[in-house]
Design a protein around this ligand. Structure first.
Ligand SMILES: NC(=O)c1ccc[n+]([C@@H]2O[C@H](COP(=O)([O-])OP(=O)(O)OC[C@H]3O[C@@H](n4cnc5c(N)ncnc54)[C@H](O)[C@@H]3O)[C@@H](O)[C@H]2O)c1
Length: 369
């Protein structure tokens, strides 16, 4: 049994930061205490601090970093601020939690990885959709070798975003967001895909802006060749009138089908379809001691506490965020150039320092003459 220590948290950014309290830290009062919140917006700051009776509030991120009684700085600002804030929090000796997309290029993530090596604290990126019993069971069955050879996967992210969503000034703009449905929304399901199916070898992507008049894409399709030889297809839109997320993964001995819950595709029920009675038996044996876990932020923060306290590997690592950013870089590079992109993306690749802007409109139309 590890010693139960209460870790003290300071959160910057009171949008999704509120959910980190309500659905994450607040579910673990014996493990975390939110000691301070920070936001440049006075009203949001007051609303969240009052709602959760947070003892301290500040509009200054530097002041948050100077608080000696804060162990963890949780960064929930828009992505344009993440890189500088993560580096500053590591320099201040803090543990760091960072919302997705963690940073905005492979060059930036490599600098964060280098900084973490020199720092006392570590960085845990948020990928809360991994914390659901359906996807956890699939991960276990695949990890045990029971599923066998991967054949093919399909991943759909069909969500809805209307003009109201884009009233927030930083959303939908290239300079502040650097991407649309691939970077901001489908990032979760695509993380689940690579977590379950391994590395990507090659991608070909099309993007289009068809739903809202924004500067970044809101529809995308891509075909992937995985390093294992398996194939995958991705489809993502923000113009679906019924919201779903869906993963379907076909292996030699098992087919996995996620639920359709748009914002918790990792949760049960997942259909786990065996190819034979023998496979069914091996699945049952593999899951015999499976203990259900809390879902999403509650699950990720529970696992985080354990890793902090025992110094075990973090439940989500910078390597995971790097994998996600590498796939995103390849997808945008392919959509912008109209040619397939092979991975890994090395430092001399044109997309390494930042993926290219895909012109607003239709990448497809631009190339079909
Ligand atoms: N994991 C998820 O499911 C999930 C869901 C929503 C958002 N996010 C991510 O969380 C991040 C924030 O998104 P959001 O929807 O909460 O945005 P938001 O605009 O609703 O909230 C961001 C908050 O940060 C504050 N802020 C901005 N710059 C600041 C600074 N320099 N110092 C202090 N406060 C500052 C703003 O005033 C605002 O209150 C984004 O990276 C987004 O992609 C993740």
């Amino acid at each position: 049994m590890s010693e139960l220590r209460i870790w003290r948290v300071g959160i910057v950014g009171c949008g999704i930061g509120r959910d980190h309290i309500a659905r994450g830290y607040g579910k673990h009062p014996d493990k975390f205490r939110v000691q301070a919140v920070c936001d440049i917006d006075e009203h949001r700051l007051a609303a969240v601090a009052d709602e959760f009776a947070v003892p301290r509030r500040t509009r200054s991120f530097d002041e948050l970093l100077r608080m000696d009684d804060i162990d963890i700085v949780d960064i929930c600002t828009p992505a344009a601020f993440h890189f500088e804030q993560i580096l500053a929090a590591l320099s201040a000796g803090k543990e760091v939690v960072g919302e997705k997309p963690l940073v905005r290029s492979l060059a930036e993530i490599d600098r964060v990885i280098a900084a973490e090596k020199e720092a006392a604290g570590r960085v845990m990126p948020i990928f809360q959709y991994r914390f659901g019993d359906g996807v956890q069971k699939a991960k276990r069955i695949i990890g045990l070798g029971t599923a066998g050879k991967p054949y093919l996967a399909t991943v759909e992210t069909a969500w809805t975003r209307t003009s109201k969503y884009y009233e927030t000034p930083w959303r939908g703009r290239w300079d502040t967001e650097r991407g649309g449905v691939l970077l901001i929304h489908a990032i979760h399901s695509h993380d689940l895909l690579t977590w379950l199916l391994g590395s990507v070898a090659k991608v070909f992507a099309h993007t289009a802006t068809r739903v809202n008049p924004i500067e970044v894409e809101d529809c995308a399709v891509a075909s992937l060749v995985m390093r294992s030889g398996a194939l995958a297809s991705l489809a993502a839109t923000l113009g679906s009138h019924r919201e779903i997320s869906r993963l379907r993964l076909c292996f030699e001995h098992v087919t996995f089908e996620s639920s359709l819950a748009p914002y918790s595709p990792g949760d049960d029920p997942w259909e786990i379809v065996p190819a034979s009675p023998e496979a069914e038996q091996r699945i049952a044996e593999g899951l015999a001691d499976y203990c259900p876990l809390p879902s999403r932020y509650e699950g990720q923060f529970g696992a985080y506490h354990e890793a902090l306290t025992t110094r075990a590997p973090l439940p989500v690592t910078l390597a995971d965020a790097r994998t996600s950013l590498e796939l995103i870089t390849a997808l945008y590079q392919s959509a912008a150039t109209g040619v397939p992109v092979t991975l890994p993306i090395e430092p001399d690749h044109p997309g390494y320092a930042g993926w290219p802007r895909v012109a607003s409109g239709h990448s497809e139309r631009m190339r079909i003459r």
